[in-house]
Write a protein of this length. Structure first.
Ligand code: ATP
Ligand code: MG
Length: 488
């Protein structure tokens, strides 16, 4: 394979990438053979499947790897390699011996039911597995709740509904109780769908299973509506969330257009990453200002938000603002409710920036600017989470679920399935949980947004920003980017 192509082959004895390999690192995922010697293997039952006869190279070679975006570097291209996902020639389970379970944890996200459905159908139809159990109500369901037997019939229509048929909770992660329950029930494949917290929990479950020497595969499917998981191209449900956010933005625009100095303010999800706000803004074309956690803003003074609002209202008679829930948290007053409170999983509870900003804007225009405004605040966050996934997310969820099933059957464990650079891959847990995916405000996408909304960048002349993308890029100094006098 050439440098920059997606798939390379690895030399299994040395675990080095042998093609296009300058400076490449394999991010390997654990396998049963790492800690259980001499396990028997079986032929993959998929070799008798009709799909097998139509695809030239149906089985993925164990040593195929996928390159994360290769970065040009003076010592040659660099990038991470991940194991390519897909069916393997040999599997480590006989279909009759598999007893799988599925659990969903954390907040809701469009597509959860599709992933559940496709794990069940994948196990049944591709591998002839008949025993699949749903764990009711997140991690604590392993030891405190009932289980639900899952069959293709039970899950047949669930992808048309939002939410998760299994229920979900926060908190309640007790690793040894969970692994005891896995052992007691004779479960040997665990599929865990959830966000960063859930994947951290999954890695502890995997470590404990390995410590006990159990032949139990642990497979994660990363879930985050905010698209804040690193390495992967995008997370499932994100596309649906952006689409749904449009509906709220449309409503805000209609409201804003219809009143005197109308302002539509829409709060969308995004605790630490403003991807939904950014993409919804770019998609909508009705948004005059998009505020995200990665880009600090201020209210007063030249180039501040108030001045921009005043100018847009005078120019255009109305405006739409989109704000991600984590934006401007540092500006919110200490006195507001829920300061420094945490949820059951230990996540910091954020203060409601939508309410706060509405109040601030109203106060400013009543007292200081003495202008009549009509502000309508729309908070569609929970509506967005609860809708069923759209067509593209449904396809994506299906492939993620199938990859997870293939990986577990092939004896891989302690991995997350995800799309890397357009190819389905197995990613070790630590890569998913070690950091967060954020909007890089010195990247082109944010610049495109700024040029589409014409909002100020809220960066002052003294702001100095390191461009993190290129090791040797010079530190970039920004001139005053207050672009208020740009015409629209
Ligand atoms: P999201 O934040 O997208 O809603 P999440 O998976 O991050 O999803 P959390 O509520 O943080 O949601 O965590 C879900 C589950 O994972 C909970 O049951 C929680 O106890 C467990 N968990 C979270 N963080 C950890 C951790 N560091 N170690 C072990 N378990 C964890
Ligand atoms: Mg989380």
């Amino acid at each position: 394979a050439k440098i920059g192509s997606y798939v390379s082959r690895m030399d299994s004895s040395s675990k080095k990438i042998v093609t296009g390999d300058a400076g490449y690192v394999l991010e390997d995922v654990p396998h049963f053979s790492d800690y259980i010697p001499d396990l028997p293997t079986y032929s993959n039952p998929l070799q008798d499947h009709p799909a097998y006869s139509v695809v030239k190279q149906y089985f993925v070679h164990d040593d195929d790897t996928v390159t994360q975006k290769a970065i040009a570097h003076k010592n040659g291209p660099r990038g991470l390699h991940f194991r390519r996902a897909g069916p393997r020639q040999k599997v480590y389970f006989e279909p009759d011996e598999v007893h799988a379970c599925i659990v969903t944890c954390g907040g809701l996200c469009p597509g959860l039911n599709t992933v559940i459905r496709e794990i069940v159908c994948g196990l049944y139809h591709m591998y002839g597995v008949k025993k699949v159990l749903g764990i009711d109500g997140g991690y604590k369901g392993f030891y405190s709740r009932n289980t639900v037997p899952l069959t293709p019939k039970v899950v047949n229509d669930i992808h048309k509904r939002g939410g998760t048929i299994l229920g979900t909770t926060r908190g309640g992660h007790d690793t040894s109780k969970i692994v005891d329950s896995i052992q007691d029930r004779g479960i040997n494949q665990v599929y865990i769908i959830g966000g960063d917290g859930t994947q951290k929990g999954a890695s502890f479950i995997f470590e404990e299973i390995k410590r006990r020497g159990l032949k139990v595969a642990v497979a994660g499917i990363p879930k985050t509506i905010d698209n804040d998981i690193p390495v992967i191209d995008r997370s499932f449900g994100f596309d649906t969330a952006v689409e749904e956010a449009q509906r709220a933005i449309n409503a805000a625009h209609v409201e804003a257009e219809s009143g005197e100095n109308g302002i539509g303010l829409v709060k969308v999800m995004g605790r630490y990453s403003g991807f939904i706000a950014m993409y919804a803004t770019l998609a909508s074309r009705d948004v005059d200002c998009c505020l995200i956690p990665e880009s600090p803003f201020y209210l007063e003074g030249p180039c501040g938000l108030f001045e921009y609002i005043e100018r847009r209202l005078k120019e255009n008679g109305h405006m739409v603002i989109v704000i991600a829930e984590g934006a401007g948290q540092e500006l919110l007053s200490e006195s507001m409710q829920s300061a420094d409170k945490k949820d059951a999983s230990g996540n910091k509870l954020l203060r409601d920036v939508g309410l706060w900003l509405s109040q601030k804007i109203k106060e400013h225009f009543a007292k200081k600017a003495k202008m009549i405004i009509n502000l309508k605040h729309i908070d569609p966050t929970y509506m967005i989470r609860a809708v069923p996934s759209n067509a593209s997310d449904n396809v994506y969820c299906t492939l993620l679920a199938q990859s997870a099933v293939h990986g577990a059957m092939a004896g891989y464990t302690g991995f997350t399935s995800g799309l890397v650079n357009g190819r389905h891959s197995y990613i070790p847990f630590y890569r998913i949980t070690e950091k967060q995916n954020n909007v890089v405000i010195t990247d082109r996408m944010w610049a495109r947004l700024l040029s589409s909304t014409n909002q100020p960048s809220f960066m002052s002349a003294k702001d100095v920003i390191e461009d993190k993308r290129e090791d040797e890029a010079p530190t970039r100094h920004f001139d005053n980017q207050c672009n208020l006098d740009k015409s629209n």
